[in-house]
Design a protein around this ligand. Structure first.
Ligand code: GYE
Length: 329
C-alpha cells in the first residue's frame, strides 16, 4: 500500500515536471500542427534538395512543429520512425517511402490511431488505398518515356537507325517507384526497338559511390557501350568518373551517349559542357505542395489522391547559364 502511494506521488511529481517543461511553448499551446516526416535517406543531391524543401515548409512560422527522421535508405528504419510518430501522437505523418511495398501494416496502425498519412516523392503499393490520404510526386514512367523517345530521335538524328545499340542500364534502389518506372520505360523501349539491347543492368542504389563502383567493375570486362541510361544524376557522376578512368569518351562529342535523371544543377552544368547528353527533370521541391495539401485537408476540402508534378528535360540546345543559375536545386 505504502509503495503504491509512493509510486503515485512520484508519478504526480513527474507529471508536474513534464507538464511544466512542456508548457514552455508546447506545440499545442502555440497551436502548431505536429508533422512527423520520415525521409528515406540522404543518398543524392535530389534528396538533399527535397529535405531542404520539406524542412523549410514545415517551419514554426508556417504553423508546424516538425519531427524529422532520416532512415538512411533502410525501410526498417522508416517503419520504426512511423511507429514512433504514432506513439508520439503527431497530427499528421508524411512518408517518403524507400520501396513501394511493405507498408500495409504500419499504415493500418496509423489509420487505427486516426493519424492521416501523406505520401511524398515515390509511391506506396498497398491493398487498401484508404490507408493514406494523398500522394504527391513525379510521374516516373513519363520521365522514362521522355528519355526513351529522346534517344530514338537522337539516334535518328545521328543517322544510326540501322545500328545495333548497346545500352548499359544503371538502376536506382530496387523496388522504389523511381527505379521501377524508369526501368519499365527503357525495357519497353528495347522491346520496341529490335536493334537495341541492354548489355547489363547494374544496381547503383541512387548513390555516386555505388554508381562509380558498378560501372568501374563492369568496364573491366566490356567497354563496348553506346548508351548509359542512368536512373539518377549522382550515379551518373560516378559512372562518368569510371569512364574517365577507363579512358572512354562520352557526351556530345564522345562515344557514349549519357542519359540521366533529376537535372540537379551539377548535372545541368555537365550538360551545358556537352558531357551529359540528356537530363530528364525530376522536381524535388515538394515542401510547399505537401503544405498545401495539409491546409486543404485541415479546412475540410476534398484533396486529390494522386498529384504529379510537371517536368521537362534538358539538352545542350535548350539549356543556358541563366537557367542553371536560376535553378533552385
Ligand atoms: O531520382 C534520386 C533519389 O525518388 C525521385 O531518389 C527520387 C529519386 C531521385 O535518390 O536522385
Amino acid at each position: 500500500m505504502m509503495r503504491t502511494i509512493k509510486t503515485t506521488c512520484c508519478l504526480l511529481v513527474l507529471c508536474l515536471l513534464v507538464g511544466c517543461a512542456g508548457s514552455q511553448g508546447s506545440a499545442y499551446e502555440k497551436d502548431l500542427l505536429v508533422v512527423g516526416f520520415s525521409q528515406l535517406g540522404s543518398e543524392s543531391d535530389w534528396r538533399i534538395a527535397n529535405t531542404q524543401s520539406m524542412t523549410q515548409a514545415f517551419s514554426e512560422e508556417n504553423g508546424y512543429e516538425l519531427l524529422f527522421d532520416n532512415a538512411k535508405q533502410k525501410q526498417e528504419n522508416q517503419l520504426i520512425a512511423v511507429r514512433n510518430f504514432i506513439l508520439q501522437g503527431v497530427d499528421i505523418i508524411v512518408l517518403a517511402p524507400d520501396a513501394e511495398t511493405g507498408w500495409d501494416n504500419v499504415l493500418s496502425e496509423a489509420k487505427a490511431a486516426g493519424i492521416p498519412v501523406i505520401i511524398v516523392d515515390r509511391e506506396v503499393s498497398v491493398e487498401d488505398e484508404s490507408l493514406y490520404l494523398s500522394s504527391v510526386g513525379s510521374d516516373f514512367l513519363k520521365e522514362g518515356r521522355l528519355a526513351v523517345d529522346w534517344l530514338e530521335k537522337e539516334l535518328a538524328r545521328q543517322g544510326r537507325n540501322d545500328e545495333e545499340i548497346k545500352i548499359l542500364h544503371i538502376k536506382g534502389t530496387d523496388g522504389a517507384t523511381a527505379q521501377l518506372m524508369r526501368t519499365k520505360a527503357i525495357e519497353d523501349g528495347v522491346l520496341r526497338q529490335s536493334l537495341w539491347t541492354i548489355s547489363a543492368q547494374l544496381s547503383g542504389d541512387f548513390t555516386e559511390a555505388k554508381g562509380y563502383e558498378v560501372v568501374r567493375d563492369y568496364l573491366k570486362n566490356d567497354q563496348d557501350i553506346d548508351v548509359i541510361y542512368s536512373e539518377n544524376d549522382n550515379m551518373t557522376f560516378g559512372a562518368m568518373r569510371a569512364l574517365d578512368e577507363a579512358g572512354l569518351s562520352y557526351g556530345e562529342n564522345g562515344d557514349v551517349i549519357i542519359i540521366s535523371f533529376d537535372a540537379v544543377r551539377e548535372a545541368l552544368e555537365y550538360c551545358l559542357e556537352g558531357k551529359i547528353n540528356l537530363c530528364v527533370e525530376c522536381n524535388p521541391l515538394h515542401g510547399p505542395r505537401v503544405d498545401e495539401l495539409i491546409r486543404q485537408y485541415e479546412s475540410g476540402a476534398e484533396i486529390p489522391k494522386q498529384t504529379y508534378v510537371e517536368e521537362t528535360y534538358f539538352t545542350r540546345s535548350n539549356l543556358s547559364l541563366e537557367i542553371i543559375c536560376n535553378r533552385e536545386y
